[in-house]
Design a protein around this ligand. Structure first.
Ligand code: HEC
Length: 302
């Protein structure tokens, strides 16, 4: 009976270990879409951009990944954040690294709304500076062209969709941006909420987003919308506009009511009372000590 139990335990342990390894093995590769894999940087990876990248890295990545080549990443995390100068990371394409930075996974945060596109490329410039055999392929994107791009947004209340139209004012006339990646967000108190999935513009430069009608807006129902366009030739462009597509909500702003994060005049009553009582009690206690000292001195004289 006892033996059978031990056998069972062994089988169980082996099975669990196998499962664990299978699961972590499945997590290892990055499944990057083919078109993202071949994306290249329009920022030249040289000493200057690597140096700027180092500053961005120190602020945003060092705490987890450690100093490249020093093997001092945060070992308590699972999976352990790799040393980004290592061979496993360096064999990834620039496009794959960029994709990983954009999307994140598990404990690896997404940086697409935290760092600008050029800052994201500069951290990659820094990672590549540890790889002597790396040769860069520069992208044909001209970042100065992003200024030519115009983004129009409108709301079709009948179909309850938001249409985004992307054009560029080139010297020889207005052109539409075809097959550009478009993502729509609604601005919230903290951060942004993506609306529908990321789309690609059609042959007319148009992308259409389904819209959830229950999104709360301001008093008049306006919602601050943000469009992010990513195009191979024009780069990354962002634009904001207010659309009257939300449910009118009379929600007080975060600083309208008494709250601990507000200014003194709008601090919560309990906090003011607690603080004042604290100061008064402490003051009275000090006075009591002074008085006692005075009495001790006086009785000493007697
Ligand atoms: C909160 C901790 C944390 C921060 C901050 C962080 N990362 Fe990561 N990163 C991770 C973890 C954990 C992984 C492994 C994720 C996985 O494999 O599922 C990872 C994976 C990666 C990978 C993939 C490496 C490979 O070989 O698979 C890259 C590239 C990367 N991070 C770059 C960065 C950059 C650049 C920054 C800063 C802009 C950054 N990370 C910030 C935790 C972090």
């Amino acid at each position: 009976m006892l033996r059978k139990n031990i056998k069972l335990k062994v089988v169980f342990t082996v099975l669990l270990t196998a499962l664990f390894y299978l699961q972590s093995a499945a997590q290892q590769g990055w499944d990057v879409p083919a078109d993202k894999k071949v994306k290249n940087s329009y920022i030249k990876f040289d000493a200057a951009s690597a140096k700027e990248g180092e500053a961005i890295y120190t602020k945003n990545c060092l705490s987890c990944h450690g100093n490249p080549t020093k093997d001092n990443s945060m070992k308590s995390l699972k999976p352990v954040p790799p040393d980004l100068s290592g061979a496993k990371t360096q064999q990834l394409t620039d496009g794959e690294l960029f994709y990983i930075l954009n999307t994140g996974r598990g404990l690896m945060p997404s940086f697409s709304n935290v760092l600008s596109e050029s800052d994201r490329w500069k951290t990659i410039a820094y990672m590549r500076s540890f790889n002597s055999s790396y040769v860069q392929v520069l992208s044909k994107t001209d970042p100065t062209k992003s200024k030519l791009v115009k983004i129009n947004m409108d709301y079709d209340s009948l179909k309850s969709v938001v249409r985004v139209h992307v054009t560029a004012a080139e010297k020889n006339g207005v052109v539409v941006l075809k097959n550009a990646e478009v993502t729509l967000f609604a601005a919230r108190y903290f951060g942004r909420l993506q609306v529908d999935k990321t789309m690609r513009t059609d042959n007319n430069g148009m992308a259409t987003f389904g819209f959830n009608k229950t999104l709360p807006g301001d008093k008049q129902g306006y919602v601050n919308m943000i469009v992010k366009v990513n195009d191979d030739n024009y780069g990354e462009i962002e634009s904001q506009s207010k659309l009257k597509i939300g449910v009118p909500t009379d929600k007080p702003s975060l600083t309208e009511k008494r709250a601990i994060w507000n200014v003194l005049a709008k601090a919560p009553i309990w906090l003011i009372v607690l603080y004042t009582t604290g100061v008064l009690v402490f003051g009275a206690f000090l006075l009591f000590i002074l008085y006692s000292l005075f009495r001790i001195k006086k009785s000493g004289k007697n």
